[in-house]
Design a protein around this ligand. Structure first.
Ligand code: SAM
Length: 268
């Protein structure tokens, strides 16, 4: 179920990943605003997963041409199917690792990536490739997770499972937070980007109640490896532990879970 470094297996998750799509849509909106794509331009969306924010951009701006790439073939196939269903013809997807982009130098006008860089096997190599394939003066806009505490969903998972299952089965949070505390900014400058600017943004997951949130976690299989590592009799107790962590975020409008991420913009 998991990969060697205890990250989600994106190929296996591909058909279920979009259960989170409505919740992270605000990040896509902020990213596209920062990207500021112009008619006639060619955009690269890296680690597109099941197609975002590439698909949204393609529908909004028919005169922009978009290439979306991702290392996981299963995610790319879902993205391609969605593009066919939506009838967008200014967008194509390719299976490709960020660290070894098969595009010429100085090829794209702009480049976007939502929640990909911190997961790369080698973020510096991925950023180097991004810099290489961008045209001089081209802009990149990236969203990365920041601190563990700021990413409530992962934080709760870490809190609940760290003392309940063997470390070998726990979700490795180090990668998730690996671009925080100025690391992303330093890497962007190291590989040659200039005018690097980042800001910490907030958004919220909205669920009618805790049970709806829990069902989304289970249905999306995002923590399948950890759940599989439990004894059957532990399952209800684990669900209660999550419910206790979620309790402070119960409002009159349902469960409102705050999240933080870092939005970075830089120029080649
Ligand atoms: C959290 S998902 C984000 C997907 C999409 N951008 C979105 O926001 O909906 C992370 C994606 O990064 C991809 N990924 C991880 N490592 C990668 C790498 N080295 N090169 C390219 N894609 C990678 C995964 O396959 C997965 O689809």
């Amino acid at each position: 179920m998991s990969t060697d470094d205890n990250q989600p297996d994106w190929d296996t998750l591909a058909e279920k990943f979009d259960l989170w799509a409505p919740h992270i849509a605000p990040v896509g909106e902020a990213l596209l605003a920062a990207l500021d794509a112009q008619p006639g331009e060619h955009i690269l969306d890296l680690a597109s997963g099941t197609g975002e924010p590439a698909l949204t951009l393609a529908q909004r701006q028919p005169r922009v041409t978009i290439t979306g790439t991702d290392a996981a073939d299963g995610m790319v196939r879902v993205a391609e199917r969605k593009a066919r269903e939506l009838g967008v013809d200014n967008l194509q997807f390719q299976t490709m690792a960020a660290e070894s982009l098969l595009f010429p130098d100085d090829h794209f006008d702009r480049l976007s990536c939502r929640f990909g860089v911190m997961l790369f096997d080698d973020p510096e190599a991925g950023l180097q490739q991004m810099h290489r394939v961008l045209k001089p003066g081209g802009r990149c806009a990236l969203a990365v997770w920041d601190t563990l505490e700021g990413m409530s969903g992962v934080y709760w998972t870490h809190q609940v499972f760290k003392d309940r299952i063997p470390e070998s089965e726990q979700f490795a949070v180090e990668k998730i937070v690996s671009m925080s505390e100025g690391v992303l900014e330093a890497l962007l400058e190291k590989v040659g980007f200039s005018a690097v600017e980042t800001q910490l943004n907030r958004f919220e997951y909205h669920f009618p109640d805790f049970d709806a949130y829990w069902q989304n976690c289970v249905d999306s299989a995002i923590m399948q490896q950890q759940l599989d590592a439990l004894q059957p009799e532990q399952f209800d107790e684990v669900k209660s532990a999550f419910a206790a962590l979620a309790q402070p975020y119960q409002t009159d409008d349902g469960l409102v879970i705050p999240h933080e991420y870092r939005l970075a913009v830089a120029i080649k």
